[in-house]
Design a protein around this ligand. Sequence first.
Ligand code: NAD
Length: 309
Amino acid sequence: MKKCLVSGGNGFLGSHLIEKCLENGLEVTVVDNFSTMKSSNLPETVNIIDKNVEDFYTEGNFDYVVHLAARPSPEDYIAHPVDTLMSNSLGTLSMLEIARKSKGVFMYTSSSETYGNASIIPTPETYWGNVNFTGIRSCYDEGKRYSEALIMAYMRQFGLDTRIQRPFNVYGPGIRPDGQYGRVVPRFILQALKDEDITVHGKGDQTRSFLYVDDWVEATWKFLTKSGLKGEILNIGSNKEITILELAKIIIEVTGSSSKIVHLDSREDDPFRRSADISKARKILDWTPNTELEVGLINTVKWVRDNYL
Ligand SMILES: NC(=O)c1ccc[n+]([C@@H]2O[C@H](COP(=O)([O-])OP(=O)(O)OC[C@H]3O[C@@H](n4cnc5c(N)ncnc54)[C@H](O)[C@@H]3O)[C@@H](O)[C@H]2O)c1
């Protein structure tokens, strides 16, 4: 039986990926400190180790080592900048060492945030980024960028089979709203379901492109298990760009809410546009996102309603 180690496996993306791993007969071990996801819905067959990834070591060997542990929600990482940097520097090192010892495949979820306020839209993997590396978001962006550099160094120096993906705004059932501080899709949904004001930062003309979690899992599974992809870096996202104001209006419509849209101050260093050039992932993985935004939102609304109201 093949073995997979997942850091941050108790979180949103991790729990969906683990479902896929179990369906495919893998034995799964998770290391997670329950910092952003407080409780666990993982199946009992998963071996869960409650520990900071940066302090984690194991004698075990794994065919796949997947490093997801991070604090991806902006207000959360801004409130915990040192922890955020540790999980994506020392934590990346811990997981790389385990993969090296295991001679396994190492996969990392970097982020579209490595591109910062991109000047090329849709953004291809070859874009070097436009990032404020000492700014308020740097604990997240630079942790991801440092991790990518360390991973490529492990690939070049030790021949490790590494794969880096840069997800762009993945959403779906399991993504937590976290009150006022969650990521935009679940936050707007919860506000709409409660008929509270929907809080848009700035004018709402900033854009994002959203990827439904099932499409993310399909791409990630292929990227993890397909042979011959050592050293590859792929955007996993969508190129369908919409403004945050449009997103708020769609969510009001699908929830049938009477919420009003209100505007708050813009967030510091918030990228103005974000859209993924996914031509490389389409070609290499023979993959294309196929969940329409409205369909994905309806599924997410149902999950938020069932779990948070
Ligand atoms: N969801 C997205 O849209 C998105 C976009 C870009 C990148 N990513 C990246 O994908 C990964 C997973 O994101 P997610 O959306 O599932 O987030 P999440 O917050 O739902 O899950 C992260 C998990 O990591 C754990 N964790 C955090 N710090 C840890 C530490 N130091 N040691 C051990 N465990 C720790 C948390 O408890 C949580 O279970 C992250 O690396 C994130 O940066 C996600």
